[in-house]
Design a protein. Structure first.
Length: 518
């Protein structure tokens, strides 16, 4: 920290700076910022530091960075980011707030407002939120339930859809630079990594980049490289008024933030898995893909996840006081993400209310490459084909035979694409008709991967009670629909029967054993 900021830090650390009602100031430190928590506000000061990827050593650069941080973060959290504010030195030598921080004249340092003086620094002013409302804290408290994760995935998808395309950035060349930088940083970190581990990661990364490089360039040409968040992990997500918000995005580097949208998402997926929450990571990925249809990038996801873990490995290794073991764990996870995992197709069928979606969601994190299998649910596909959100209610004519035929055709197409990307796929659909079940087996046969069909069975009374109890679900099934399904002869069933009449955990255990996962 430059000596020039000592007075500013003392000013921001003093409760009297913030007026009546503030009797203490808390401070959060990172290697590039200091955040002062006072009353209902947070004040973020850029440190006067320089690294290979940023330079905050001049007042003008810190002012520009504050302005960029405000503008970029207002894309996702306008209620959180309030203003930039100047700190000025008065004629008597004391520091004070400038009223509105407006710069006038050609010389940076003269401001207008309630106080006139020489600007010594700038801060970003934010609405303060409780630290237990950060996503990492919510995760530790066991609060990552499906509604929250669905809302988070939707927030990220909406943000990516509106973020500015950056066709001059990203692509294979940009990822090759990340691979090279990770290799150099890991080797110079001084961390006691296992012998040969860095060499292994470099070789794996180069091989993967060779395979998916053309895909990365196609995605860049197709507008998938955008001005993203760039630092999308659970500590940069909070709940505000009950809604998830992304904050603290990268404002100082296009190389870090003008990236493929799935590379942006991969940081969160890696972070959740690193915390021991693979089910949450899988749910976020599947919901994001359900909403965006951006499945053509799946083949690059293992590389994206690995790069994120490798970055965390060398960053963690460089933090004073950080446990060397965690850096090594990140490096192990980076290698594991690139380990080949055979693809397979699993289809889960049965009448409405048998628990197909519950079983599919629980199985998905255990199947295939991280963060697990792509779950293709007929109820969701039907809504998306009609241009609706997954939980939208459909009229009865949306379940006409012609529409259902389109749904099963789309399920087969998306399952085939998922398998081509090297991922496992789980199809979640009633599949009452023999031709529907045969079509899924044909997809697996054409892809040259194993196929397993599970048929869930439960008493009629249980099915009716379960569908009537559903709330905020993609399924439109009712007890009347279950009754009609019971009248249909499914024909010869060659899928593995699974007793689904009891507790969900028991059903899941039977499904796992049937797939050899127990």
């Amino acid at each position: 920290m430059a000596d020039e900021q000592n007075d500013t830090i003392a000013f921001l650390s003093d409760p009297a700076t913030y007026g009546a009602g503030v009797d203490r100031v808390e401070r959060i430190e990172t290697h590039i910022s200091l955040v002062f928590l006072a009353g209902e506000r947070a004040y973020k000061l850029k440190r006067a530091v320089a690294f290979p990827y940023l330079d905050f050593t001049t007042l003008e650069r810190r002012r520009a960075a504050c302005a960029a941080e405000l503008a970029l973060n207002r894309r996702t959290a306008p209620r959180l980011y309030l203003e930039t504010r100047a700190i000025v030195r008065r004629s008597d030598g004391h520091l004070a707030w400038n009223g509105d921080g407006t710069v006038v004249g050609a010389v940076v340092g003269t401001v207008v407002g309630t106080v006139v003086g020489t600007v010594v620094d700038w801060v970003v002013v934010m609405r303060r939120f409780a630290q237990e409302q950060r996503l990492d804290a919510i995760a530790r408290a066991g609060g990552l339930d499906p509604p929250l994760l669905h809302a988070l995935a939707a927030h990220i998808a909406d943000f990516h859809a509106t973020a500015e395309a950056q066709p001059e950035c990203g692509g294979a060349s940009a990822l090759a630079a990340v691979v090279a930088e990770n290799d150099g940083c890991l080797r110079s970190s001084g961390a006691p990594f296992a012998p040969g581990r860095i060499d292994q990661l470099q070789a794996q990364s180069a091989a993967w980049l060779g395979r998916v490089g053309p895909l990365l360039d196609r995605r860049r040409a197709g507008g998938k490289v955008r001005r993203c968040h760039g630092d999308l992990h659970s500590r940069n997500i909070c709940l505000l008024d009950g809604q998830p918000l992304l904050f603290d995005c990268i404002e100082f580097s296009d190389a870090f933030a003008a990236i493929d949208v799935l590379y942006d998402l991969a940081f969160l997926l890696m972070d959740l898995a690193h915390q021991g929450r693979p089910a949450a990571a899988n749910l976020v990925l599947n919901r994001y893909l359900d909403l965006t249809g951006d499945e053509d990038g799946l083949a690059a996801m293992p590389l994206f996840v690995s790069l994120r873990a490798a970055i965390r490995a060398h960053v963690t290794a460089g933090v004073v006081g950080a446990a060397a073991g965690e850096a090594a764990t990140y490096l192990d996870e980076a290698c594991a993400a690139l380990r080949p995992v055979p693809a397979r197709l699993v289809a889960i069928g049965g009448l409405s209310g048998t628990g197909k979606s519950t079983v599919a969601a629980a199985l998905a994190p255990q199947l295939g490459a991280p963060p697990g299998a792509r779950v293709l649910r007929s109820d969701v596909i039907r809504k998306r084909l009609l241009g609706l959100d997954p939980e939208a209610r459909l009229p009865e004519h949306a379940y006409a035979a012609a529409v259902t035929e389109r749904v099963y055709g789309a399920l087969c197409e998306r399952a085939a694409a998922t398998l081509r990307a090297g991922y496992c796929a789980i199809v979640d659909a009633v599949s009452l008709r023999p031709e529907e079940r045969r079509a899924f087996a044909d997809v697996a046969r054409a892809a040259g991967v194993p196929f397993a069909g599970l048929w869930l069975e439960a008493p009629a009374s249980a099915l009716s009670a379960r569908v009537d109890a559903r709330r905020h679900d993609a399924s439109d099934a009712t007890a009347a629909i279950v009754a009609r399904q019971l009248e249909i002869d499914p024909g010869a069933l060659d899928w593995r029967p699974i007793d689904a009449g009891g507790a969900p955990a028991d059903t899941l255990g039977r499904a796992r054993r049937a797939l050899g996962l127990a």
